[in-house]
Design a protein around this ligand. Structure first.
Ligand code: GAP
Length: 464
């Protein structure tokens, strides 16, 4: 049975992964809150990313920049001038659309159609987009009329004001990507860490974009978390590092987070569609229930960003190579992932429905590394809390656990399965008197008895 987005959304809302934001006030469109299990799932993925790339590698450092940067940063980066989507309105029903997204959908629905000349998604010249939509007779997805307004460019930066006045001088932006923090801090990190190239600067944090067409649950939102690495290299070594980060990214998504290989693909961006500063780029995509969607952009950003900041700030952003006695501006390889999009992919990947005779079993088959609750702790009956609670205390030294003594054991197992808990530890007086508890496995539903004094080690080995 094919999983649909509504299955994922229902499970997330009913089981405490993701809720509608500001729900008691009728919600706020496309704003989502991570609930108790969603928050843990997101934290686990973030921690794995930091472990893989910052802890295990010797050439990466983590920073955490202010969300609001000097507005000049965004002038230098090109976001003030160019970070805009091509918008048009349907004259008949007044619905607002992104011209490039309507064309992308048309191309998917009409495989025989060829792309507009020089098509580069949202970066395509507005006139080319308008002409193509007219020529092909592309209709409004809502009312099917074919009469649209001219395309206007809509800047995606979210504005705010600092201090007490709301005039142009006080205007600032919420960052639309974390990456500029790494570029701006490059000289400070290089100096204070005394690192030699190649090295990378990593950052995880919130970014904001006034998206025109947010949607697909937590896939495209106006407030989201990015996990971005800017990896600084000597020009000439950039192609090899692009290849290295391509395989590192794939390894992270499939082997570390545990997403199924068949649900991940890499789509290179055609040379003619690359932004002017990019030498090579491609997207890792995940096969969501609504289709393939970008999860990571990998780009060779050349020395564009550091050069732009050097020009605008008049500060020296170059690097001195003591071995060759040369000064130059490093090239940058950037693997940029969306944390929320990986969370959504992990949920879709894990969602499992099994039919056994008349019975349907729905559960989340998370890799234990990402599972929000690692161990469910269940006393068979409520009244043995005095022996069960110390076992919870013992286990929670090492794992995130949940104690549940309400309802039948079968119903409690089903609930833990639904939130993707890989192991349940069941305590009954008879086994306890022999120093044992029962471990029950989510996927096979098999059970075995384990010695209490070896329980943490036993489970730790199972989680590797
Ligand atoms: N520094 C490069 C950069 O920001 P991007 O492709 O615009 O590149 C990187 O963003 C990743 O951030 C995307 O692959 C996606 O996973 C995530 N992302 C971007 N916009 C998003 C949005 N509106 N909602 C959720 N995630 C988003």
């Amino acid at each position: 049975m094919k999983t649909e987005m509504k299955d994922i959304v229902n499970l997330c809302q009913n089981r405490g992964f993701v809720y509608q934001g500001s729900e008691i006030y009728g919600g706020l469109a496309n704003a989502w809150d991570y609930g108790p299990y969603g928050s843990l799932l997101k934290e686990n993925i973030r921690a794995l990313w930091i472990k893989e790339f910052v802890q295990k590698r010797m050439d990466l450092m983590l920073i955490d920049c202010a969300l609001i940067m000097n507005p000049k940063v965004w002038e230098a980066s090109g976001h003030v001038g160019g970070f805009a989507d091509p918008l048009m309105d349907c004259k008949s029903c007044k619905a607002r659309w992104r011209a490039d997204k309507i064309i992308d959908q048309y191309l998917l629905d009409h495989p025989e159609a060829s792309e507009p000349q020089g098509y580069a998604g949202d970066k395509t010249d507005s006139k080319v987009l308008e002409e193509y939509i007219r020529e092909q007779g592309i209709a409004c997805p809502d009312c099917e009329a074919t009469d649209f307004t001219e395309i206007r460019r809509f800047n995606l930066m979210l504005k705010t004001f600092l201090g007490v006045t709301e005039d142009a001088k006080a205007q600032a932006y919420l960052r639309p990507e974390t990456a500029q923090g790494q570029f701006v801090d490059f000289p400070s990190v290089a100096r204070s860490s005394r690192r030699k190239l190649p090295f990378g600067i990593a950052q995880v944090g919130k970014s904001f974009r006034n998206e025109i067409t947010p949607g697909n649950f937590i896939f495209r939102t106006r407030e989201f978390e990015q996990m971005e690495i800017e990896f600084f290299v000597t020009p000439g070594e950039d192609d090899a590092y692009f290849a290295e980060w391509k395989s590192e990214s794939e390894r992270f998504l499939t082997e570390v987070v545990g997403l199924k290989k068949e649900n991940i693909r890499f789509s290179p961006i055609k040379k003619e569609e690359l932004p002017h500063y990019s030498k090579e780029a491609g997207d890792f995509e995940y096969q969501y229930p609504f289709g393939w969607g970008e999860i990571e952009t990998l780009a060779n950003r050349t020395n564009y960003d550091l050069s732009a900041h050097m020009q605008h700030s008049k500060q020296d952003m170059s690097y001195f190579d003591p071995i060759n006695n040369k000064k130059f501006i490093p090239y940058v390889i950037e693997p940029a992932m969306g944390l929320g999009r990986i969370v959504l992919a992990a949920l879709c990947d894990a969602y499992t429905v099994e039919q056994k005779g008349e019975e349907t079993r729905t559960y989340l088959k998370f890799d234990p590394k990402v599972a929000p609750i690692k161990v469910g702790v269940l006393p068979v009956v409520k009244k043995i809390a005095d022996i069960a609670r110390p076992i919870y205390a013992q286990l929670s030294e090492d794992f995130v656990c949940e104690y549940d003594d309400v309802g039948s054991v079968g119903k409690r197992y089903a609930r833990f399965d639904e939130i993707g808990t890989p192991f349940c530890v069941t305590i009954d007086s008879e086994n306890y008197d022999n120093g044992m508890v029962t471990v029950r496995y989510r996927d096979s539903m098999e059970q075995e008895t384990v010695k209490i004094d070896q329980l943490n080690d036993f489970l730790r080995k199972k989680m590797r």
